[in-house]
Design a binder for this molecule. Structure first.
Ligand code: NAD
Ligand code: UDP
Length: 310
């Protein structure tokens, strides 16, 4: 039985990861300060004798021995990570530093939940891991983008100088059941708006693109990356290469929900990336991984979930 730490384990992805790791017979500890996550997300796991919870911030040092650490702690929705940008930056940088210190001291293997946001507003398309990115250091998204870039740097420096066993996963937009109604990201916004008969808020002209990965596919890729051979200490993109404009996404959500909501167009937020699509050749080759759930099917499941909670 492996002892596994999941930071951000009470969030959307983290809580699902905890479930999957418990199903595999591990002892799982969720560490979370409930900044965007919640006790409700892990309520179903509380009765499991192989599940423990530490209520604290990763900004404070952690001193418990684990075999593996999945570092997911960080607000991920632009609305939330921009409410306190200094906190967001500290969570990424100081949090990752604390966990790397722990990994260095105890010999734990550590996976960092990095992001496609490290590519910024990309100038090459689709994005391969070799691309260095195009990020504004001064913009409203920088606290998240640069925080995650700095966290990647720390991972590689601890690997080079202290021999820490690292995995770096660049996650592209992921959605699914378990997202918070007030998460603020586009998929949950459009579905909740459609189900409530509210206007669908499209930012900009809706021609910007994103590539959406279903939660279960993403978590499968994350666990495969952690289990990959130790030589896989370089970044790996995990996402679904199916690319859609926000207008197309809105149209599909309206069709699948049968909603009569209208689309309204609002200003595009600063530095909003115009296109994003993962090149997943590396994940295919090294992990034998590729997504299985197409956007429509994932949306149908997510719509059913939101119908049950709103
Ligand atoms: P989420 O907001 O639902 O989960 C983040 C979790 O981290 C929450 O439970 C929150 O309370 C916790 N947290 C925040 N600050 C913390 C701190 N200082 N100490 C301890 N816990 C803290 O978001 P998510 O979508 O589940 O994202 C999980 C991780 O995956 C994040 O690191 C995010 O950057 C990364 N990621 C997600 C996506 C996506 O599309 N979902 C894309 C790229 C990267
Ligand atoms: N977006 C939108 N309406 C919303 C929320 C977001 O049109 O209600 C757009 C946003 O401007 C961006 C895309 O959808 O172009 C994805 O936004 P999200 O916040 O989900 O993720 P990120 O921008 O971090 O990829």
């Amino acid at each position: 039985m492996k002892r596994i730490l999941v930071t951000g384990g009470a969030g959307f992805l983290g809580s699902h990861l905890c479930s999957r790791l418990l199903e595999r017979g591990n002892f799982v500890t969720c560490l979370d300060n409930y900044f965007t996550g919640s006790v409700d997300n892990i309520a179903r796991l509380r009765g499991n004798q192989n599940f423990a919870v530490i209520e604290q911030s990763v900004i404070d040092p952690v001193d418990v021995k684990f075999d593996e650490i999945f570092n997911l702690a960080c607000p991920a929705s632009p609305v939330h990570y921009q409410t306190d940008p200094i906190y967001t930056f500290k969570t990424s940088i100081v949090g990752t530093l604390n966990l790397l210190e722990l990994a260095s001291k105890t010999g734990a293997k550590i996976l960092q939940a990095s992001t496609s946001e490290i590519y910024g507003d990309p100038l090459i398309h689709p994005q391969t891991e070799a691309y260095w990115g195009n990020v504004n250091t001064m913009g409203v998204r920088s606290c998240y983008d640069e925080g995650k870039r700095g966290a990647e740097t720390l991972m590689h420096d601890y690997h080079r100088t202290r021999g820490v066993n690292i995995r770096v996963m660049r996650i592209f937009n992921t959605f699914g059941p378990g997202m918070n109604q007030s998460d603020g990201r586009v998929v949950s916004n459009f579905i909740v708006q459609a189900l409530k008969g509210q206007d669908i808020t499209i930012f900009g002209d809706g021609n910007q693109t994103r590539s959406f990965c279903y939660r279960d596919d993403l978590i499968e890729g994350m666990m495969r990356l952690m289990d990959a051979p130790n030589e896989v200490n370089y970044p790996v993109n995990i996402g679904n290469p199916g690319e859609f404009t926000m207008r197309e996404l809105a149209e599909i959500v309206l069709e699948l929900t049968g909603s009569k909501s209208k689309m309204v167009f609002m200003p595009l937020p600063q530095d909003d990336p115009m296109q994003r699509c993962p090149d997943i050749s590396r994940a295919r080759e090294i992990l034998g991984w590729e997504p299985k759930i197409p956007l429509r099917e994932g949306l149908e499941r997510t719509i059913e979930y939101f119908k049950s909670v709103i």
